[in-house]
Design a protein around this ligand. Sequence first.
Ligand code: NAD
Ligand code: MG
Length: 348
Amino acid sequence: MTVSINLKRIVDDSYSIQIGPLPEINFEGKVAVLTNPKVAGLHLHTLLSRISAKEVYVITIPDGEHYKTLETIEFILDRMFDHRLNRKSLLVAFGGGVIGDMGGFSASLYNRGIDFIQIPTTLLSQVDASVGGKTGINNRYGKNLIGAFHQPRAVYIDPSFLKTLPSREFGAGVAEIVKMAVTFNAPFFEWLELHDLREGDNLLVAIKKAVETKAAVVEEDEKEQGLRAALNYGHTFGHVIENETKYETYLHGESVAIGMVMANELACECGLMERSEAERVKALLERYELPLSYPITDIEKFYQAFFLDKKSADSAITFILPRGIGGVEITDKIEADTVKKILTMFKG
Ligand code: NAD
Ligand code: MG
């Protein structure tokens, strides 16, 4: 299965996303594979058996969001210089979204930009992080604040890597799939209600539909001037929850699941969504054991934290609200009182 992505303004940057068994990677120059010890232990032998190149180097960095820093980027670049990679070399990012974001960013920096290939190995990175060309790192001011738009040459999505993924990580990826279905694709949502992603070929089909949905949005709005922001449905609330819980209690996708439930309540209050639709979203998330609620202790503090989100301009909070199932509204016109009324429903 192949989904092609055609960026309107930067024709050169069009590339293909292949979904299915990992293809052979034949390359004349040098290849550096970026990965971490966990992914390497489980799957590196499979990847290496598929690469034939002049020389292949493996660069391993510690596992975890905690290491998604400028320091690690410097470490990666140093190894690339040690191995004397050049403009014609290729970097292969092999792992979850953390590896993808750092691999892409390193590739964008080395010699002012070399080619890279994404081989995502988590569900979240297969349906979301590997598609769209955003790369970057965190710093003390927040997440993903430093980075570049650097499109990969290709993305190879092989769902068989997911067999070793822990179930919570699987659920976190499902949350992002549900996000795309609710905001952009009603038939896909209905399909998800009828098909269990843990059975048969359903996961392969869902990955393809999610990638197509995200690719269509990115094609429309590569640099997030408008529509692409809709992919942040559930994230406005989710980011506050992640911050309050210091990124320790929930996986990103789990906080997005709670955030979608909150956004749906707000959408119902604003007359954008039927209660029955909000219940259907909840039921779908629940099937994958995703959390649906979070005890807010301080409503005012939670509300003020919205202003720290980079999607919100200085004075107004931008909310991404579903318009029914399959539609979306990006708005900064919601009254503070309305938002606080919804937050009170979640008071712990
Ligand atoms: P992750 O990369 O930390 O991976 C989660 C865990 O799963 C890690 O411990 C990892 O080593 C492990 N793992 C990876 N593949 C595995 C496999 N096949 N079997 C068993 N374990 C495996 O997290 P993630 O959820 O993949 O990605 C989250 C990151 O992606 C965040 O940093 C986020 O900012 C970023 N992201 C980026 C974009 C984008 O557009 N660039 C979009 C969404 C998320
Ligand atoms: Mg996300």
